[in-house]
Design a binder for this molecule. Structure first.
Ligand SMILES: Cc1ncc(COP(=O)(O)O)c(C=O)c1O
Length: 372
């Protein structure tokens, strides 16, 4: 049987009535941008992430862009972030004329290594952007301690981590702002692009509201440069339905991950779950010996895989101008060669999960080296 990597049609079928009702409500309302659905979603998402303000935005990328603009990031500034992430995290920095300054990641969590941040801070550092990769949060307590000492704001890239927590505190509640993506395949996915900025700061929230509205607080009066960064009502209505299921879905992801962990541990390096953290397993990513051969073996057995990410950002062509070289961030570079993500989604059946596990174990059975 050929498995999907994730299955959004299956998810839709499970909640079809509620989604259809929400979509019809918007279609009939004649209010397609902003309005009550977006406002309600903002209230609900703020409560869910335990922050005071939520501002719906057109995508996760635009959420990061608006957050950095609200903090005044621009020409000549530096923004410290991870090289082992999706391009958007650093792309928005360059887009604003600032310079991404990379800090290598921890081998275990794949997240920025707090022990390496301080040496990269300069007078120009305007912001630190940790990424909560794959659904496991970066070490926000240590990052906040450093950032506070230098009075540098932190923006959390929580695009992959809605619902993740350290203790009782959820992603997006640690930094001056947290950014979410509602790209369809995310744990909370829209029916198109969508994103959100969460913040406890009245000032940042107000700035972001203005920025995503072409820099205007009052219609047709423009106080600053902004852009069209609005979330549309159809996406908000769909997201409101799905938000109510998010914890339940996260629980299912955790159960799949627990089974993978137990059965794959003899063969590969399974994802780290730090004490006191909750992981929402947006991706289930392992480090695997002979990774590319494993991918081919799984493919032949109907199990799709993905490589997040094949090239670290400091070695991407677009960032050549930053002057980084191979060897600058050895952990990230090594992860890119060994990492592979297996199918994980709430609706995955026990049989599908077993097919993945048997696919991996059959590759290593009889081989001497277990993990990478
Ligand atoms: C870590 C990270 N940051 C930012 C983004 C950008 O989000 P979007 O695709 O909604 O623009 C993504 C998602 O794709 C992501 O995974």
């Amino acid at each position: 049987m050929k498995l999907p990597f994730f299955d959004l049609k299956r998810q839709y079928r499970n909640i079809q009535e509620e989604i259809d009702e929400a979509v019809n409500r918007v279609v009939k309302s004649g209010m397609y941008i902003g309005g009550v659905e977006v406002e309600q979603l903002e209230h609900e998402a703020a409560a869910y992430t335990q922050v005071r303000h939520a501002v719906g935005i057109s995508s996760g990328t635009d959420a990061l862009l608006a957050a950095l603009m609200a903090l005044g990031v621009g020409d000549g500034d530096e923004v410290v972030t991870s090289p082992f992430t999706f391009i958007a995290t650093a792309e928005v920095v360059s887009f604003l004329g600032a310079r991404p300054v990379f800090v290598d990641v921890e081998e275990g969590t794949f997240n920025i290594d707090p022990g390496l941040i301080e040496e990269k801070l300069t007078k120009k550092t305007k912001c630190i952007v940790p990424v909560h990769l794959f659904g496991h949060m970066a070490d926000m307590h240590r990052i906040a301690e450093i950032a506070d000492r230098y009075a540098i704001p932190v923006v959390e890239d929580a695009a992959q981590a809605i619902g993740a927590a350290i203790g009782e505190r959820r992603a997006c509640s640690f930094g001056i702002a947290g950014c979410l993506s509602f790209f369809p395949s995310k744990n909370l996915g829209a029916f198109g692009d969508g994103g959100m900025v969460l913040t406890n700061s009245d000032e940042v929230a107000q700035n972001i509201r203005v920025i995503k509205e072409h820099g205007s607080a009052v219609r047709y009066y423009h106080a600053r440069i902004g852009f069209n960064g609005r979330l549309d009502a159809l996406q908000a209505a769909v997201l409101r339905v799905k938000l109510a299921y998010l914890d339940q879905w996260a629980q299912l992801r955790m159960e799949h991950a627990a089974e993978y962990n137990a059965r794959l541990k003899p063969f590969v390096t399974v994802p780290v779950l730090r004490d006191g953290y909750s992981h929402v397993y947006h991706q289930y990513s392992i480090l695997a010996y002979k990774r590319d051969e494993l991918a081919a073996h799984l493919q032949a057995r109907g199990v799709p895989t993905a490589i997040y990410y094949p090239v670290p950002l400091h070695l991407q062509e677009v960032f050549g101008y930053l002057g980084y070289r191979k060897g600058d961030f050895p952990v990230s570079e090594s992860l890119c060669d060994r990492i592979i993500s297996l199918p994980i989604f709430p609706e995955m059946t026990a049989e599908e999960r077993t097919q993945v596990i048997e696919g991996v174990s059959s590759f290593y059975d009889g081989s001497s080296a277990g993990s990478s």
